[in-house]
Design a protein around this ligand. Structure first.
Ligand code: ATP
Ligand code: MG
Length: 546
């Protein structure tokens, strides 16, 4: 890379060296053969006639542009690969972060970091590399220029830092704008994702203006940050050129009027000075890019750090089996100050059907989260075949479970992908078998695109009951050892619910169903009733009915 930059500076200076004799020819001024330029041209065996000189000028410019293109391409490729690496690393980290992190971290913010902020952040390297290369080229250029005109080189060396210093205000503005932009983009993304997920309700209640109202302030501030950015960027170029021309005009005036220098030589010096200044201008632009991207870079790095600090702490390596029982032994759990579960004892025999009931907020879903290992109990242990959950390989344990959550999870993709979770090796007959078990096969067969029908965002193109049946079918396809249904049949009519419960209760696996529905109780081998802590202060909040 260093060699590339040296070559670019050499080409630049060579280009200028060739211009000098061209100017002498055009202005028909006498040739000062002793000038350093002529020695350079002689060394390169470039003849002094107009055609040769012009051809050499074109060739050198092409060569220089090609070298610049290659070096910039290399930097661009390195930056794109870095973006790819950071994105992959972040996605992998998101998959292993502890569950409570997701509960408090808005999805829109994470999505925004992964989609757009990473690219803006990695651009800091692109701008930094450009700044570095502009700096080196400028330095070489000034050094080479000192061969042609030491006065101009010294002048440029002194003026350049002054010029950059005088424009520092624009740098500060660009930096501030970058920080505002990254924070406001996070806000916009978080608000959009949150509000859009409630759009059906908002439209139905003619309250869609909530979207505009809550976004308005952030959008206005974002627009202000963009305006700041534009001002910082354009302000630099607007101020830079007049300052350069001012110093050049002063120089030309003194050289021509006072010193009475050779016209073509003064013209050449002006070109060298202008070229050096254009390098300094490039440095200023690159530096501005660096400070602008710094905010994005910090946001991305902070998010990566935040996620890495909250990795799920499951280090067990024993293989789970669930051949005899799953037990919660004197388990307690609280969310901050809020005691949710106290001294819970539940024993689920392998193959049995356990129903968990209790009023809303009594901790039913929390028990499920503890069994799956998404939350950790504050005290007590959870054991699978007598082995504590923390000693088990958690990924293998979750592989044994089919979890059907309270809100059916569906992706905006085909029925096939939703059922198989992108495992294309799944047998189609197994899929149809699972669908027929939940009584959804006839409906799907009647669809024009069958299993390739797209279900819409979160399954919006399906009815509530169809969504529930679809996720139960997906659970059955996993052939689990433990199926957990969290209010999974609440959206079904009584007849379908009974059919599905009868089907689930006959499955050769351990079954846990959280439900308020009386129908569930009929199929259960044991019923655990949770009592909210507020109603039964100080004692264990579960009652077990055989
Ligand atoms: N992330 C959280 N932070 C703080 N408190 C929480 C959090 N999640 C749940 N809770 C509280 O924990 C308690 C138990 O919640 P849980 O979801 O387990 O109830 P549930 O019995 O499943 O209720 P429902 O029948 O309404 O689904 C509730 O009081 C709830 O407010
Ligand atoms: Mg719940």
């Amino acid at each position: 890379m260093f060699v590339f930059l040296l070559a670019v500076a050499a080409m630049e200076i060579l280009g200028i060296a060739i211009i000098f004799p061209i100017l002498s020819i055009i202005f028909e001024s006498e040739k000062n053969e002793s000038h350093a330029i002529f020695s350079v041209l002689k060394f390169l065996r470039i003849d002094h006639d107009l055609l040769h000189l012009l051809s050499a000028l074109v060739f050198v410019t092409f060569l220089k542009s090609t070298i610049i293109l290659i070096s910039k391409w290399q930097v661009g490729v390195a930056v794109a690969n870095l973006g790819l690496d950071i994105r992959n690393q972040l996605v992998a980290s998101i998959c292993t972060v502890e569950w409570p992190y997701f509960v408090q971290k808005p999805a829109g913010e994470l999505a925004n970091v992964v989609t757009s902020q990473i690219d803006a952040a990695t651009n800091i390297y692109f701008h930094a590399a450009r700044f570095g290369s502009d700096f080196i080229v400028a330095l070489f250029f000034i050094l080479f220029a000192s061969i042609l005109s030491p006065t101009i080189a010294i002048l440029a060396f002194l003026i350049s830092p002054l010029l950059m210093y005088s424009l520092r205000w624009f740098l500060q503005l660009a930096s501030r704008s970058g920080r505002y932009q990254t924070a406001l983009l996070q806000d916009l993304s978080r608000l959009m994702v949150d509000r859009l997920s409630s759009m059906k309700y908002l439209r139905a209640s003619s309250e869609e203006s909530v979207l505009a109202t809550t976004l308005d302030n952030t959008s206005q501030r974002f627009a202000k940050a963009i305006k700041m950015d534009v001002f910082a960027k354009e302000g630099v170029s607007a101020c830079f050129e007049p300052l350069v021309v001012l110093s050049m005009a002063t120089g030309i005036y003194f050289l021509l009027m006072i010193l009475g220098e050779n016209k073509s030589e003064v013209f050449l010096l002006a070109i060298i000075f202008q070229r050096i200044m254009s390098k300094i201008g490039n440095m200023q632009t690159s530096l501005q890019g660096v400070v602008r991207c710094r905010g994005f870079y910090e946001t991305v790095m902070n998010t990566i750090q935040e996620i890495d600090d909250r990795k799920e702490e499951w280090n067990g390596d024993q293989t789970p089996t669930l051949n005899s029982s799953l037990s919660l032994n004197s388990v307690g759990f609280q969310h901050g100050e809020n005691i949710v579960l106290k001294d819970i004892n539940i024993n689920v025999l392998a193959g049995s059907f356990t129903a968990i009931t209790g009023p809303s907020g009594s901790g039913k879903t929390t028990i499920v989260d503890l069994i799956i290992g998404l939350q950790n109990p504050n005290y007590g242990t959870i054991t699978v075949d007598e082995i504590p959950l923390k000693n088990l390989n958690i990924k293998m344990w979750r592989n044994l479970i089919a979890y059907v959550p309270q809100d059916p999870v569906l992706f905006n993709d085909s029925l096939w992908n939703n059922l198989t979770l992108y495992k294309n090796a799944t047998s189609e007959s197994d899929v149809w078998e699972a669908l027929s078990q939940v009584k959804l096969d006839a409906h799907i067969r009647a669809l024009p695109d069958g299993l390739h029908t797209v279900v819409g965002e979160r399954g919006a193109a399906l009815s509530g009951g169809q969504r529930q049946r679809l996720v139960i079918a997906r659970a059955l396809l996993r052939m689990p050892k433990l199926i957990i249904l969290d209010e999974a049949t609440s959206g079904l009519d009584l007849k379908t619910e009974n059919q599905i419960l009868a089907l689930v209760s006959a499955l050769d696996m351990t079954k846990i169903s959280v439900s308020h529905q009386p129908a569930v109780l009929r199929y259960a081998d044991q019923v655990i009733t949770l009592i909210p802590q507020t109603e039964k202060q100080g004692s264990a909040n579960s009652e077990s009915l055989p």
